[in-house]
Design a protein around this ligand. Sequence first.
Ligand SMILES: O=C(O)CCC(=O)C(=O)O
Ligand SMILES: [Fe+2]
Length: 366
Amino acid sequence: MPGRYTLAKSVLSERKALHPSELERRDLPADAARAVRSLAAEISVTLDANAATAATLTDPALLHHIDTRYRELPATVHEAMRPPAGDTGVTIIGSIPLRDDELGRTPIDWQQAAAWAGHPERRCASYELDIVMLLLARCAGEPFGWQGQQAGRLVNNILPTPGKEHEQSGASSTTLLAPHTEDAFHPQRANLLMLGCLRNPDLVGTTVSSVRRVELDAAQRDQLSRPLLPILPDVSYGTDFPDAETPPIPTLSEVDGQHIFRFDPAYTPLDDADLDYRTAYARLTSELERVCIAAALEPGEVLLVDNDVVVHGRVPFSPRYDGTDRWLKRVNIRLPQRLRPAAEATETGYGQCVVAPFRTTLGIHT
Ligand SMILES: O=C(O)CCC(=O)C(=O)O
Ligand SMILES: [Fe+2]
């Protein structure tokens, strides 16, 4: 089918600009897109970046500006940032104006990205674009970070990093980043994931597969609804969780007619499951490959992913390590109105805690 791309390696390694017609697109009027940058620029001048502010973006004055002023953005921006509507569970929002020459060099890791965002000479547009990301994310819901990931920064930098080429994390490159639910291990994982593209010179595709589009029979669904296996934290949180409880969780559940899907095979001890479960899991995996779409983001585009129904990953690519590499910014977003299964309320999330300055209500469970 034209515009559909499967996870077959030969296809995934293609470096084509892929914006399949199945992907919902929401194009911002040019003046609305400019308004986002202007407001971010104004905030970034009012609250000039320094090392401390740029390290985590949790300075109360900055948060106050974001939380009060995002309402000033044009209605078209608020409208574009609503959760993805269709079956694919993803939307591309375009396009925030961005020039390559205002970015400076691509940093080599998240530490360098955070340090440079607060450095008077190195700053370039990074800090201002962090503010763009927070404003957009605040239109969608409640942006948050993780204390144990990228030092609790509210906007993560996704960069190919030397030594991490083969990791199953955002810092990898030459290996396929397998489809996963973001932070599947945690009951407070994001409802929406936002990926903003600063640079993607080789048009490397982010892959997305929606559980709404997979075909499973009733017996397979029953198997995958059993709370049988845990999902462990990914390597971006470290590797040491000696005292953590490892609660078994279901892959598929449903609340109020809404699918809640948790999938991260790279961090799931599948060998511990019985044959029926493994067979159903294998079927789900191949279905996710069948319905997979790759989106090669262009600078200024923002991908909004419904993390409750969509798994995402990335095709392999060759890192450049010359200052011109691919560079995404990522924000976790909570939708306060979205329900999660009651059983998740007892999970301790491997001791990982959110940094959630915009939280309006405690987690809602049925
Ligand atoms: O690099 C990408 O396109 C996606 C990486 C990823 O999985 C993430 O940032 O959570
Ligand atoms: Fe991810």
